[in-house]
Write a protein of this length. Structure first.
Length: 193
């Protein structure tokens, strides 16, 4: 396994400067959240650092890799190929870097649409990606507040924020995100703390 400095250098060379900065911030926030919720902090940091490993690939490249890795799970994957950077990133981390830690790979794979029965590490990466300081959107401060207190409530709010954004922008919505939002809603009473 690579150490943090080696992984930082790999990511720095692979991503644009702004995307590299984003990955460093996601890693830092993931480490903070992991400390709060008792998740392995080094694993959270590394996962945050690696989460956008395939982000620099074009839609066509993502589709080609997804087909090669048998990662297409829904027809909508062809319509919104950018979302495939998550599962393709996990697959490439395994193929190119030999990373075989399934917790890391799964957290990278589900950080765009979410998934049913997410682990705390998966929730932390999903949320850290949304609340790192370089992001700026309505509701971000509220989401950050929730993320540092209650991962389930933060996930529900984060998923709903994503859905609202897609609706407001007239964008396609991946059905998995809707399914995951509904699952989080069923877990609680639907109110935010």
């Amino acid at each position: 396994m690579y150490n943090e400095q080696q992984l930082q250098e790999i990511i720095r060379r692979r991503l644009s400067p702004s995307r590299f900065k984003h990955s460093l911030e996601v890693a830092r926030v993931a480490r903070e959240l992991a400390e709060i919720f008792g998740v392995e902090v080094d694993k959270a940091y590394i996962t945050g650092l690696l989460h956008d490993y395939a982000k620099g690939l074009s839609g066509a490249e993502l589709l080609t890799a997804a087909e090669k890795g048998k990662l297409i799970q829904h027809d909508m994957d062809y319509q919104i190929p950018d979302l495939l950077h998550a599962p393709v990133g996990a697959w490439l981390l395994q193929q190119e870097l030999g990373i075989d830690d399934q917790e890391i790979l799964r957290a990278v794979a589900v950080h765009t649409t979410g998934d049913l029965n997410m682990s705390q590490l998966e929730e932390i990466i999903y949320l850290a990606d949304m609340i790192e300081p370089g992001r700026d959107y309505p509701g971000q401060d509220r989401l950050k507040c929730l993320a540092y207190r209650d991962l389930n409530q933060a996930m529900l709010f984060g998923l709903e924020t994503t859905l609202r954004y897609c609706l407001d922008q007239g964008r396609l919505i991946h059905p998995r995100t809707v399914e995951v939002r509904n699952a989080y809603l069923k877990r609680g009473d639907g109110t935010y703390i």
